[in-house]
Ligand binder design. Structure first.
Ligand code: P6P
Length: 332
């Protein structure tokens, strides 16, 4: 293929290798890809169209200004439900599970997503992203799904990934057998394979955490941060701090170059800030498929049995060696 392998071609090749595949996952990915291109286009013009992080304004065209993450949410919902591949959806922007319109057939999958993670970065033109996770439905039949279909552990994911809207727009996904990155060619409007079989280094040299919360952390967490940022025995180097404030961007750097991203529990939020089902779980599925680790400190993220749609979890994610060190030093 002149320009390389497209996302659709890559997914189709996988579908053909799975005898029982019905093509539903391919169709779901196609609609997710479409939604991400629409979002990327809107995000790219946010500063011009006065569609920043504000809400309730009316722009120069007299149009109701939608907050970008609401726009992103609605774009994903409308694109995906039209595909007839999901029975229910869950979104950071919507309190309850999202039912599929009666006008559309229900499919065998469950999609959960953070439509625009790190949207506070829009106003400063820093990277943001969409995170998605795909399970098979648990309820029988072809009718509407429900909350029980959403509350599934990450180890049962069929696929997961993210789109990062940054200096270039990339989609990174895994179905458990490898992690693959695709870069959007805006001139053609297609995602082309640019990072095949991403493997995270065993260790990195950056740590990513909001040090502004230092005073709220447990003493063991404070001691681990004090340790990782300094040279130590056995040629341990001082790790460098990198923190963009959008987990998709901080995770993407960690996946490609190694190191660790941490959002721990603290005295204000014992379970931290990040959501399990549509932030920690999908990125943990990706990092493990790339040879990395993801833990809450107490257990493997993918083994957490969810009990609520928007439940939070502390998160230690990244290179195996760095995550193992952090968990051992903090939790013993
Ligand atoms: P803090 C963005 O709001 C987000 O959910 C993640 O993308 C990001 O890693 C984290 O919160 C940043 O939180 O407390 O450091 O501003």
């Amino acid at each position: 293929m002149a320009h390389g392998i497209t996302l659709e071609h890559h997914i189709l090749r996988r579908q053909r290798a799975v005898p029982e595949a019905t093509g539903e996952l391919t169709r779901l990915f196609h609609q997710l890809s479409l939604a991400s291109k629409i979002i990327a286009s809107k995000v790219g013009k946010a500063g011009l169209a006065n569609v920043l992080g504000l809400t309730g304004d009316v722009n120069v065209q007299g149009e109701e200004v939608q907050k970008l993450d609401i726009f992103a949410n609605n774009t994903i919902v409308s694109c995906v439900e039209a595909s007839g591949t999901v029975c229910v959806m869950g979104s950071e922007e919507v309190e309850e599970p999202i039912a599929i319109s009666p006008h559309h057939p229900k499919g065998k999958y469950v999609l959960q997503f953070d439509p625009l993670d790190g949207s506070g970065n829009i106003d400063i033109n820093a990277s943001i992203g969409t995170i998605f996770s795909i399970h098979q439905r648990k309820t029988e039949g072809t009718g509407p799904g429900n909350l029980g279909d959403c509350l599934q552990p990450g180890r049962d994911l069929v696929a997961a990934g993210y789109i990062i809207y940054g200096s270039s727009n990339m989609l990174v996904y895994s179905t458990g057998d490898g992690v693959h990155g695709f870069t959007l060619d805006p001139a053609i409007g297609e995602f082309f394979l640019s990072h095949e079989n991403i493997v995270i280094p065993e260790r990195g040299d950056t740590y990513s955490i909001n040090e502004g919360n230092y005073h709220r952390w447990s003493e063991p967490t404070q001691r681990w941060v004090d340790w990782i940022k300094r040279p130590g025995a056995d040629d341990k180097k001082a790790y460098r701090l990198r923190y963009i404030g959008a987990m998709v961007a901080d995770f993407h750097r960690t996946l490609l170059t190694g190191g660790i991203f941490v959002y721990p529990g603290d005295s204000k939020n014992t379970n931290g800030k990040l959501r399990l089902l549509y932030e920690a779980s999908p990125l943990s599925f990706v990092v493990e498929a790339a040879g990395g680790r993801a833990s809450s400190g107490e257990e493997r993220i993918l083994d957490i049995e969810p009990t609520a749609l928007h439940q939070r979890t502390p998160l230690f994610i990244g290179s195996k060696g760095d995550v193992d060190d952090a968990v051992a030093k903090i939790f013993g």
